[in-house]
Design a protein around this ligand. Sequence first.
Ligand SMILES: CCC/C=C/C(=O)SCCNC(=O)CCNC(=O)[C@H](O)C(C)(C)COP(=O)([O-])OP(=O)([O-])OC[C@H]1O[C@@H](n2cnc3c(N)ncnc32)[C@H](O)[C@@H]1OP(=O)([O-])[O-]
Ligand SMILES: Cc1cc2nc3c(=O)[nH]c(=O)nc-3n(C[C@H](O)[C@H](O)[C@H](O)COP(=O)(O)OP(=O)(O)OC[C@H]3O[C@@H](n4cnc5c(N)ncnc54)[C@H](O)[C@@H]3O)c2cc1C
Length: 664
Amino acid sequence: MSIESNLLKKERQNVTFSVEELTNVWDGGKEDTEIRRKVVKVFGDDPVLKSPPICTMTREERYTEATRKCVYIFRNMLQKNGIYPGSKEFEHFWNAMPIEYTLLIHMGAFIPCIMSFGSEEQVAKWLPLSANLNIICTYAQTELGHGSFLRGLETEATFDRETQEFVINCPKVSSMKWWPGDMGLNANHALVMANLIVGGKKYGMHPFMVQIRDLSTHMPLPGVTVGDIGSKMGFEAIDNGFLYMKNVRIPRENLLNKNSEVKPDGTYVKKASDRLMYGSMVNLRVNLPKSQAIDVLAKACTIAIRYSAVRRQGLLNPGGAEVAVLDYTLQQHKLIPQLATVYATKFAGEGIIKKHQAFLQNMAKGNISDLAEIHALSASFKASVSEQCTEGVEVCRRACGGHGYSQASGLPHLLSKVTPTCTYEGENTVLYLQTARYLVKCAKEKAADLPESILFLVQPIQNARGNITSLDNLALYFKNRAALCVQAASKKVNQMSNKGLAMHEAWDKSSVQLVHATKAYVIQYIFDAFASFVKEVKCSKSVKEILEDLCCLYGLHYINNCSGDFLKLGILTAHHCNIAEEAEIALLEKLRPNAVGIVDAFDFTDSSMESCLGAYDGNVYERLFDMAKLSPLNKEPVHQASYKYLRPYLLEGRDILEGAKSKL
Ligand SMILES: CCC/C=C/C(=O)SCCNC(=O)CCNC(=O)[C@H](O)C(C)(C)COP(=O)([O-])OP(=O)([O-])OC[C@H]1O[C@@H](n2cnc3c(N)ncnc32)[C@H](O)[C@@H]1OP(=O)([O-])[O-]
Ligand SMILES: Cc1cc2nc3c(=O)[nH]c(=O)nc-3n(C[C@H](O)[C@H](O)[C@H](O)COP(=O)(O)OP(=O)(O)OC[C@H]3O[C@@H](n4cnc5c(N)ncnc54)[C@H](O)[C@@H]3O)c2cc1C
């Protein structure tokens, strides 16, 4: 056993709580852990799902492998193993997916969209086809020229009464669809968001099913230009695409018409609120953060903490032995708060998923009164989580020194996976501003008219009592700060408008404060949700203590990073800030011996991380060397390029050196 493996073994011997129990808490119960492990094993044992490490493949190979595996999973594997929609196993299969997969937009965005936008007949037609991969469909909303401002989308769907068809057109280059996943190469259909035009009148954005490729040859249909947008910062396996449509005709029935319809005579019938058009985005903002951001940070923490426990560099005691870098307070200060972020966002996110499910049930009964709240909450939650996780993964990557820059560490892949979560599903700034609109409105309401999650905005500020680092007091500081920030931002909008600025100008001039206030609001939500979870969760004392410490650390780390704000608003004094700083450092020291145990509790398999630094056995140096040997550049002992371009000069060098030798 290598020295490094031994070091990790010792770390595990010193853990003071049951790792298995924390895994159960993380999964939502013992039964869930068992089911997740069963599904992960099915995937892990299947030889068809084996591929070379992603860092040894070209983009084309990665796309090909990811598509091959996905088709196998969705057409054969799930069925063969009884993993059906609605089953507990099905809930866990995304956790077990290979490190790269395609068809996420088809399965994760298009299918929910067809359910929320399609009539019963349309769902009956398209759902079985898409579930069986008989059609592959993308969600084509963003255009080259517009992504955030949806009213600016340019693609048109004009009703032709004569032929009972819609004619789909991208009038300009900037109007072509750009970015949708699965669109460039795999999709033969697109759910196109286009401006509906009937009899010269514009009705705004509507969803249309458009066939873009021939079903037998897979060639683009007449009027369709489609392809891959090229290499990006990450997402190498995914065929994010462009789609340029010129006079593409589709039948009238292809307008997804659950919420609105065009009758054969051209009458437009609106059946539900326009806002429901945005429902698909709320769905993704609620559901994607866990798999695309929180789990990604959890993996980065696993890699960085295991590696930091075996990486020895420098001395803590003069004359003593070299120490693991995790023993430095500064390394703990970088990494352990990231663990707290993983826990806080995961459990807060679960609360939002539940709220969204309740909203969907009410919506099915025709009640959408909670839409504004769930939109505001999901928009700011997605923005905050994506930001926190992206920053966290980069902290983890840099905390691994030089090896963190190597693809073999797995960290660059995780960083490039999490970074676009700040952009897709709504650019973060734009989403914060959406929530700000809601908060400013709520701040003017009476308590009786507000949902519980927002009541604190209009209630009197309460003073903290007792230990300033108790979870109750921390929750109070976050609430007070959010309330004061929202009030200050609203006041600024009003002052600007009272000075004679038009409302949109007043809004723009106050937007820095508005976004700041929204961030304060969503952090208080996340902290409060995590603290409530920690209080209520049923588990042993030792696991509870870990969760309480992580929750407290989440709060203190945040407060210490923006203590100026708490001081400025009069919520904390300089004395409080000093106590908070010392309390954070004490918590780091307390959590340090359990850090490896806490990441072990995430229970990631080595194959789900593909990291030489983060594998369970800690054998980092052998793994790095083995991976380097697999580099395609090392296939031959002499690379053709060095031989071809360098050899003439090397020969000169040889002659000079040998000449010098003969003169000696
Ligand atoms: C794996 C990767 C997958 C990636 C996939 C993608 O990226 S797919 C592409 C992802 N792309 C994006 O995510 C694009 C991001 N852009 C957008 O979502 C919208 O264009 C916008 C919301 C920014 C503005 O839209 P706008 O200018 O048309 O609207 P407005 O500001 O005038 O507001 C009108 C009213 O509607 C309300 N309302 C708005 N949204 C929602 C909602 N979801 N629910 C409920 N309500 C909502 C809003 O609060 C306001 O209410 P108020 O105050 O009047 O009572
Ligand atoms: C990996 C990836 C996958 C994607 N997948 C899909 C997909 O499957 N389907 C799909 O339809 N789209 C997809 N997209 C597109 C994505 O949804 C858009 O890129 C996103 O909505 C942002 O829009 P934009 O690119 O137009 O940015 P812009 O809106 O042009 O943003 C540029 C800058 O302007 C700022 N800005 C914009 N509006 C305002 C405002 N009102 N106030 C202040 N600042 C503002 C933004 O904050 C940002 O700093 C994907 C994108 C990526 C990166």
